[in-house]
Ligand binder design. Sequence first.
Ligand SMILES: [Zn+2]
Length: 234
Amino acid sequence: MGVRYGKVRHPLLAAAIAVLLGIFAYVMVHYWSYRALPGELAEAFEEETGIELTVEESKELMDFVLEEEVGQTGFIGYIKFTAEEGVSIGRVGSGSNFLKLPALLAYPLLLIEMLVSAGAAAMVAMAMAGEPFCEQDDLWYKTRDLLKSSGTSASAIAEAIEAGQYDQIPELIEPPEKALYSQVKINACPRCRDTYLSVLVSRENKSATVYTAHLTPEQLNALEAAVASGLSGA
Ligand SMILES: [Zn+2]
């Protein structure tokens, strides 16, 4: 994904870039099927008539047909033709005309198709760009679950973290229930281990953050050690 490699961190900027890339990709797909058309046309023509066409001749034939049908040649003519012929699933010339739509519907559909692909790209990009990024290490922070517990233990766990009394945490962990549970999530730089911690309570697919904190690497180490000792029953 371009956003990760390009290290774009502003969500809206990332979304805008994704939309442009989405539109660009969409146009490219249509452009390549346009570019392939003379070759396919030549092949089909030879099959039908036994006459061999050069790609140049085939292109002239294509433009002639486009001019006749939609009054425009080249790529623009092709797009117009595609839209007015209906949005067809499958390759041109493969005889798959089963999904033909009236021209009036075809343009809005092409537009919706393009917007959906651009929108999906934008959402992914925004989600990625919203993640914290470590300037010092040039790395994205990674999210993971530190622990799960019962829903009712969330505030006690948050208080223990706030007070720095990590050794109390193992005692506070209770078996999580399916309907109501709490989670301690950490979002840490993989290298320097600078950490954002959050305590969430989840009830039937809805989560609420009840506590957040910034931890130093040392604090993360101590917290992880405390949780690990609790889990091993020591
Ligand atoms: Zn870092």
